[in-house]
Design a protein around this ligand. Structure first.
Ligand SMILES: C=CC1=C(C)c2cc3[nH]c(cc4nc(cc5[nH]c(cc1n2)c(C)c5CCC(=O)O)C(CCC(=O)O)=C4C)c(C)c3C=C
Ligand SMILES: [Fe+2]
Ligand SMILES: [Fe+2]
Length: 366
């Protein structure tokens, strides 16, 4: 029997409820928020907080919003996930088997990995679909995959691709979609809004990435390369550079705060209040911590923040569509899968991104 030479590719996104019913949303929230990397509290504090307070009270409210988001084919995150999986399979060809998994709920990571195992595949590329690294997202996917394969007799060769906050194909894909809006309307300002994180999680990141700088939003280099906040600012700089937008003409902010603890600032609602107070009325909004439209983009940014901006006197709050099944995004994924390793900020490597986006790495790395 000839050995299996195919490479398994597992695309992994955050996950979404199986249906927009209160019961399924509650199940999803429980699994999601019981992840210690998401709610970084000891089990005895996390369990009652999630199961007795947050999930049962949040589920009915979130279910209503999911009902607004739901399409006839299902949740957009999953619908686009499957489309991207087929398109990437076509792009990579017969030497690869591409599957989709979600970190929480379905399709489950364990099931996808078991299918690869049953096929005899011993070489895997895992692609967490988060452009910027966070322990709560990318880190959690890595952990789940490693926990799953740890009991196997033959542990496959595994490469974790990304993060890809600086990949030129990713930057250009977002810029190209944004440019269509800029061609149609004369926007006064750009906003880059990212999913937030509790501030204390950022400090944990900083310990691991040795980022001690208060101003990591201005610099990204080998020392702070895993700082989520620094990566978000670097993505924004790169997209703005690609579009020829000056630093004073865009703002970076963080959304989706949950609970009372401080999250990374500036908050998106404060930023848009500041823009409205400055008399700005036409704003184009990017959400580049997401690679597909989902609750946090379509509803939170596209509707809730738009309503707030309009109440404050704004006339245009236009969300740039996410990458979804865009051809340049598929080409970015192809590159992430087939390149030997994901380029990182380093003085020794000649990065395409470094040449194209020198301001991403503004300091000496010696
Ligand atoms: C982009 C990366 C994401 C980070 C970082 C992240 C951190 C994070 N999220 C929560 C709590 C919630 N997030 C919710 C939805 C949600 N989050 C992401 C991505 C990141 N989360 C996505 C893509 C989605 C949308 C999923 C969809 O079905 O469309 C939700 C559920 C929705 C709601 O009830 O509002 C919660 C809750 C925390 C606590 C956290 C960091 C610690
Ligand atoms: Fe989230
Ligand atoms: Fe930092």
């Amino acid at each position: 029997m000839s050995p299996i030479t195919k490479t398994g590719v597992l695309l992994v996104n955050q996950g979404t409820p199986d249906s927009p019913s209160v019961a399924d949303v509650c199940k999803y929230l429980r699994e999601f928020l019981m992840d210690e990397r998401v709610m970084d509290l000891p089990f005895l504090k996390r369990w009652p907080l999630v199961n007795l307070a947050i999930a049962p009270f949040r589920a009915p409210k979130s279910a209503k919003v999911y009902q607004q988001l739901w399409t006839p084919e299902g949740s957009p995150l999953k619908v686009y996930g499957y489309r991207v999986t087929s398109l990437l399979q076509a792009s990579l060809g017969a030497n690869y088997v591409v599957k989709l998994a979600m970190r929480y709920q379905n399709p489950a990571i364990e099931k996808a990995l078991a299918e690869f195992q049953a096929m005899g595949i011993t070489k895997l590329v895992i692609v967490p679909l988060y452009p910027q690294y966070a322990s709560a997202t990318t880190g959690s996917v890595h952990q789940k995959v490693m926990e799953t394969v740890t009991s196997w007799t033959v542990i496959p060769e595994i490469r974790f691709a990304g993060p890809f906050w600086h990949e030129p194909r990713f930057i250009r894909a977002f810029a190209k979609i944004g440019q269509k809006h800029l061609d149609r309307e004369n926007y006064e300002h750009l906003v880059f809004t990212y999913h937030g994180l509790p501030e204390r999680q950022l400090h944990q990141h900083e310990r691991y990435s040795s980022c001690q700088e208060a101003n990591c939003q201005h610099e990204l280099h080998a020392g702070n390369q895993f700082c989520y906040r620094a990566q978000c600012y670097a993505t924004s700089r790169a997209i703005a550079l690609e579009l020829g937008i000056a630093p004073e003409d865009y703002s970076v902010c963080f959304q989706s705060r949950l609970g009372r603890d401080p999250w990374i600032q500036p908050y998106t609602d404060d930023t848009l209040r500041g823009l409205a107070a400055a008399g700005l009325k036409k704003v184009l909004v990017f959400a580049p911590s997401f690679i597909a439209d989902c609750l946090e983009t379509t509803i939170e940014v596209g509707e809730e923040y738009r309503e707030l901006f309009e109440e404050l006197g704004g006339t245009h709050w236009q969300l740039v569509e996410s990458l979804n099944d865009d051809a340049s995004w598929i080409s970015c994924l192809h590159q992430l899968v087939t390149q030997q390793e994901t380029p990182r900020p380093s003085p020794k490597r000649s990065l395409t991104a470094l040449k194209k986006y020198p301001s991403l790495y503004p300091i000496s790395l010696n």
